[in-house]
Design a protein around this ligand. Sequence first.
Ligand SMILES: C[S@@+](CC[C@H](N)C(=O)[O-])C[C@H]1O[C@@H](n2cnc3c(N)ncnc32)[C@H](O)[C@@H]1O
Length: 276
Amino acid sequence: MTKSFEQIDKVDLEVELVMTTLKQMFGYDFSGYNRAPLKSRLLSFCKEYQVDSVIDIVKPLLHSPSISKELISYLTVTVTEMFRDPVLYQFLREYLPEYYQTKPYVKIWHIGCSSGQEVISLSILLQELNLLGGSKRYATDLNPMALEKAKRSSYQLANLKLYIKNYLASGGSHEFSKYYVVENDSAVFLPQLVFDVKFAQHDIVAEPAFTGADIIFCRNVMMYFTPQQHLAVVNKLVAALPKGGLLCIGLQEYIPDEVKALRKLKHGVPIYERIA
Ligand SMILES: C[S@@+](CC[C@H](N)C(=O)[O-])C[C@H]1O[C@@H](n2cnc3c(N)ncnc32)[C@H](O)[C@@H]1O
């Protein structure tokens, strides 16, 4: 039934128009993301860029596409940290040496790598286990601005206190300062930590998954999806993994009950193995 003029939430409609423009002009598909946070992010984008209303974002998007990068950066949540959920890294520290023995090299894919702290964390762990040389890694994200930061591997010194706390909680016992050099107010992590990593823009919703990864990190990405989109992406990741392949998700995330092909490896640790 058609809604009356008063019943229509005009801002919701404007949000849909921005989403349709992003999809048709640039291929970004936000149809499976929870609507309320997207709406509030668009409203704060308007405030920051002094745009009168959400609909006024459409015209610049159509005529000056460079704004799309800033908008995507605004719409995606890029909050991250090193050794986030130390319990996962603690588990990997014990589990990976034997896992690597079964293969000539291990392919790892970080989906939604944001500004790269997750990638560097795994690099440090693999280096300490002497496994870095036996790894091939891909790190992808939808957000091109976050990827640029990831490639620089340079982070505010002010964040290091938390990173070091997480590192120690994950079982790290080395002097953390050996992994970076200080430049102005930043810690720039050593290039040899990411020599094997290929960074690329990739949308796990709109594009097919890469096949051939033994371990997929897709952490704190799916929590922004609707339940249907969440299930669709988990199924896509399962199909991309070989049997015995591993999927790491965020500690606050879950695997839908419908997915029977994954088995949690250890209670309290957000890591799953493909068993069927
Ligand atoms: C909250 S960060 C998580 C970063 C890191 N994985 C972690 O757990 O700390 C979520 C990242 O997912 C990315 N993202 C969101 N939707 C995506 C999609 N459809 N495909 C790929 N990356 C996506 C965002 O741009 C953002 O950088």
